[in-house]
Write a protein that binds this ligand. Sequence first.
Ligand code: ADP
Ligand code: MG
Length: 383
Amino acid sequence: MNQNQFQSLAGPKLIHEAIWIQAPGRINLIGEHTDYNHGFVFPASIDKKMYFGITHNGESGENWIWAYNLDKEATFKSGDYNPEGSGWEKYLQALIQIWIEKGYPSPSVRLAFGGDIPLGAGLSSSAAMGTGFIYGLSKLMGIEIDRWDIVKIAQAAEHKIGANVGIMDQFAVLFGKESHAMKLDCRDHTFDYFPVNLPNHQLVLINTKVSHSLAESAYNDRRAATERVLAFLKDQNPKIETLRDISLDGLQAYRDQINPLDFMRVENVLEENSRVQQAAEALASNDLKSFGSLLYQSHEGLSKKYEVSCEELDILVDLAKKEEAVLGSRMMGGGFGGCTINLIEKNAAEEVAKRIMDSYKDITHLEPEVYFVSIEDGVKEIS
Ligand code: ADP
Ligand code: MG
């Protein structure tokens, strides 16, 4: 669905002249499970988008919402929160509640939203929804709001509905820029834009179409492991505040004093951080071969050392490795399902993606999906 189609469907439902916003999905080129370890991530916003039409709904304090993709409506009062409600409704209620808690005026809106970011595929449809809505609300009410404050409101709303997320997704959706990826330092939240010019290559996501229930417990387990090692390292050396304060060589010195599994987890975090740095340098010097090889290395580490991959993701990456036109491939996101991200020579991309998908279907009897993505602007108002 494109912007025009959405506007012609949503416009009449909004009754009054609306403000229109678009919010993209995001990819992460490299840097997985590094965010909560104060490391680096390398996301970019993409051309899959969610659109929002937003306007006033009188003085009643009532909000009327239309979710285009689900073709569902909801009505609720600002400040209310119904824990029994459906996911998207609770999320909007949480967003409005937190907006009010931050001291902004209580809204009364008509909102239509929807687009083509697949839900729950790891492209951050939830961050697009949260940040796009709050951005639209601020525009509608004529309130100047810092983009970082939107990041925090959207993150807090996800926490409220039980999704224990970091800030990368909201950050990427809000700060994204056409043809650029952002290397974000999750320790101090500084970031740099890196041009991503791919005249002869294509970024391709392949959706395994699985999401294993292990993801949450494994996430908590990996967090606990890295925190355990950090606590130990802090005891050894008070100068160490985060895992960023120790080098791979420095870590080796403690190998005998850390349980081997925990050691392997932390080693991967440090290696993944180093891969992000190398990947950024490779991109900056247009060395796509090295960049691709880092994607493969990242997958290897996440699969074998951090152990957050799954059979389906490994199958997709193994199939990609057999293709000469694929420069690199890895699982993207927290793991246990979702998409792989692949860098493929443009001429061959269609054919190669089809071949990988056909083999995947034969092996798993699942129906994968493919998304050819390009890097576009972050959240913005459209006319
Ligand atoms: P991801 O952010 O990776 O796509 P999440 O599970 O975090 O996956 O977010 C998906 C949730 O976000 C959905 O369950 C729903 O509550 C909300 N959501 C996302 N996109 C839409 C949409 N187009 N319409 C309604 N709700 C949506
Ligand atoms: Mg999400």
